[in-house]
Design a protein around this ligand. Structure first.
Ligand code: APR
Length: 329
């Protein structure tokens, strides 16, 4: 199931469990710990007292009381001491043990804050990387909807050449009027409706009209399933890499005329590692084209043109620019 990054106050999440970035006493504190205890009410502290603390990197579960969720999973992340004291392993352990505890208690959805990235001083870009990698590894083996809840914009930091290149590209596209390399040059064609193409082909040899009608016959769903076969992927491998929920995939597979949202259609193009031209064709069958005027389209095109098909990395960039994420529930 999907992994989504959302900008929210975690105390408002009505998923099965929310995770508290606690301290080893489990007796409350500042930051998200304080917010969760304030929103849950005094009963939460009373139950925490019975737990007699929790070691760093481990996790314990309680009720949620006045919070909209069912459980609170408390995990003390590591305090940053320069990186040479096993901080990364302990932070991974906090995410993993919390996910396992959620699974063991029948949770189908769980929300995390960015553990240790506040008062405990873990460098935010590294804290984000550990969170995404650990959650992704868990979701390779388990079905669960996982949210990473970002409360203040400053806590979401992306670093690295890919991201810097993307920022340059977004700046260029804002000024550049000519069609640039990438889908946009093709998007000009793709922006034509299919009927315009039919009109163009009408003057051409009848064969191209037949080809067009043939292409018209293949729906989004049919092209998707054909590409899965051509790429020798399993359905599960495809929808997991597309960050798509199993139930939604089943709906698409069973309805030949299913019309997905644009983020869902793009998510499958990324999962299948389609070329820019194949991406354009798949999107067109869903009734979409990538344009130069949308940040979402520019970001997606940037990664596809670079052959970077990591949907989690693309979603981090989309989230950083307040765009819809790839994938769907
Ligand atoms: N919802 C979601 N995220 C939040 C919220 C909220 N309401 N409030 C804070 N955060 C974010 C912070 O912006 C930060 O990115 O949670 C992340 C973790 O920050 P902290 O709460 O400071 O937790 P941490 O860095 O793990 O330090 C834990 O702080 O609160 C005390 O008792 C806690 O001693 C422990 C220490």
């Amino acid at each position: 199931m999907p992994f989504l990054i959302v900008r929210r106050d975690i105390t408002t999440m009505d998923c099965d469990a929310i995770v508290n970035a606690a301290n080893t006493s489990l007796l409350g504190g500042g930051g998200v710990d304080g917010a969760i205890h304030r929103a849950a009410g005094p009963e939460l502290l009373a139950e925490c007292r019975t737990l007699h603390g929790c070691p760093t990197g481990q996790a314990k579960i309680t009720g949620a009381y006045r919070l909209p969720c069912r459980y609170v999973i408390h995990t003390p992340g590591p305090r940053w001491r320069g990186g040479g004291h096993g901080e990364e392993a302990l932070l991974r352990s906090s995410y993993r043990t919390s996910l396992e505890l959620a699974r063991d208690n029948g949770c189908q959805s769980v929300a995390f804050p960015l553990i240790s990235s506040g008062i405990y001083g873990y460098p935010r870009a590294q804290a984000l990387q550990v969170a995404v990698e650990t959650i992704r590894a868990f979701l390779e083996e388990h079905e669960m909807l996982v949210y990473l809840v970002i409360f203040d914009p400053g806590s979401f930091v992306l670093e690295g050449e890919t991201y810097e290149g993307l920022v340059r590209r977004l700046r260029e596209e804002r000024t550049d009027t000519a069609a640039k390399s990438g889908l946009f040059s093709a998007a000009g064609r793709a922006e034509k409706s299919v009927c315009e193409e039919a009109a163009v082909c009408a003057d051409a040899a009848p064969a191209s009209l037949e080809r067009l009608v043939e292409q018209l016959d293949e729906s989004f769903s049919q092209m998707l399933l054909r590409k899965i076969d051509e790429k020798h992927m399993t359905d599960a491998a495809c929808y997991k890499r597309a960050n798509i929920d199993r139930k939604l995939f089943s709906k698409i597979r069973s309805d030949v005329h299913y019309r997905p949202s644009k983020p869902t259609a793009v998510a499958f193009a990324v999962a299948l590692e389609l070329s820019p031209e194949e991406t354009e064709e798949l999107l067109r069958k869903a009734g979409f084209a990538l344009s130069r005027s949308s940040r979402f389209d520019i970001i997606v095109d940037y990664f596809i043109r670079r052959g970077e098909y990591d949907i989690y990395a693309i979603n981090e960039a989309l989230f950083a620019f307040d765009q819809a994420l790839l994938g769907s529930l």
